[in-house]
Design a protein around this ligand. Structure first.
Ligand code: SF4
Length: 384
């Protein structure tokens, strides 16, 4: 099996920019017609669905996305929450608050503290937990993560990680410890932009990061989450690569479920301004396009987006949402009750959360739209 890096190199870069611009509404309607009648689109068809021509027929596209989502997933939204373990990081990603050069308050939570935060989230019905950290193996190493997984696995039917990329044996260790999901976003598939926005640190290794979902799937992870950080590059170009990446993983690692996230850049320490801002309407088009190409993929939306837009997107293609998120280590705890000193209590977050409603309020909005919240859809026992 050749790695996905070889697929990227084989794609015709000159067409990736021109194909969406050349697409016609006739092509868009014909493609939607064939998808409606059960034909399976190719990942390259994403260029038609993300085109300016498709933007002109966004309403029927959204209706089709809604129908496909309801057919494949029912009227349900899965709920999850992130738990930040550490904001230490050795990288200098220009868009991120945890950038090693930013003067922020840094800390790594202790095992007891993580357990307390996890209990709080569990009490709010959260069953799918995403453990997040910056890239600092000396602060959050594989052994520590194994220990945390051991502490939490009885409490959460599904534990995922969003950390730095690892080799397959380390992923196997974490899988063995009870972690079943891996989220790792390439940020941008454009290698030149990638070098510019990652000027120093281990994350500069584009190819090693790109191979992480493959290594994770080979290690046995049940869920693999990928995505582009929207704002770093033309969203149509990123969609094209992302669609090919998802298709590659689905084909070569079919035992893992592939999910796709749509993180838009948010204000963070360092004051980075995205060069390619993505509008609400473009985000909606992108989500609908991915639903039409990948009817069975989980599509994920975080609290980076405002409440009103998140409510609007329920049912249009999104199947999984975070809620009540804090993006700093220890962020869920009442600092005074947990005897943290002032310095520790002020640990900074990765980015500004836009939808700051509590979990209960997000769940109520979902139900108000006629959808059920799904807190648990998996149990380790299913594997036996
Ligand atoms: S994006 Fe990740 S690797 Fe980059 S600075 Fe932020 S936490 Fe570190």
């Amino acid at each position: 099996m050749t790695p996905f890096y070889e697929t990227i190199r084989s794609l015709d870069g000159s067409r990736i920019k021109t194909d969406p611009q050349n697409a016609t509404t006739g092509q868009v309607k014909a493609l939607m017609g064939s998808i409606s009648s059960g034909d399976i689109p190719t990942p390259g068809d994403i260029a038609i669905l993300t085109s300016p021509a498709a933007a002109e027929v966004l309403a029927p596209m959204a209706q089709l996305a809604q129908a496909i989502t309801a057919r494949r997933f029912g009227k349900t939204i899965q709920m999850y929450a992130p738990l930040y373990i550490s904001n230490h990081c050795s990288n200098s990603c220009v868009y991120c608050g945890f950038n090693v050069h930013n003067k922020i308050n840094r800390r790594t939570s202790g095992r007891e503290e993580i357990l307390s935060e996890a209990r709080l989230l569990r009490n709010k019905h959260i069953s799918q937990l995403l453990l997040v950290s910056g890239e600092c193996p000396s602060q959050v190493g594989v052994e520590m993560l194994e220990g945390i997984a051991g502490d939490l696995k009885g409490m959460f039917p599904s534990l995922s990680i969003e950390i730095y990329p690892l080799d397959t044996p380390d992923y196997q260790r974490l899988y063995g410890a009870g972690i079943d999901g891996l989220a790792i976003y390439q940020e941008t598939y454009d290698q030149n932009i990638y070098s510019t926005v990652h000027p120093a640190g281990p994350k500069r290794d584009y190819q090693y990061r790109l191979g992480a979902p493959e290594r994770g799937a080979a290690a046995g992870f049940r869920q693999i989450g990928i995505g582009s950080l929207l704002g770093l590059n033309d969203w149509r170009v990123e969609s094209y690569y992302l669609a090919h990446h998802a298709a590659y993983l689905m084909k070569h690692h079919w035992k893992s479920q592939v999910s796709i996230s749509f993180p838009r850049l948010r204000p963070a320490a360092g004051g980075y301004r995205p060069e390619f801002p993505v509008s609400d309407r473009e985000l909606v088009q992108m989500i609908c396009a991915f639903r039409l190409i990948f009817p069975d993929a989980g599509l994920v939306l975080s609290t980076r987006e405002p409440a009103e837009l998140r409510d609007h997107l329920i049912g249009l293609g999104i199947t999984r949402m975070s809620a009540g998120s804090k993006t700093s280590p220890g962020g869920y705890l009442d600092k005074l009750d947990n005897n943290l000193d002032q310095q520790e209590a002020a640990a900074d977050g990765q980015f500004n959360v836009f939808d700051d409603r509590p979990v209960e309020a997000v769940a109520a909005s979902i139900r108000q739209k006629g959808y059920d919240t799904v807190w648990k859809d998996w149990d380790k026992g299913f594997e036996r």
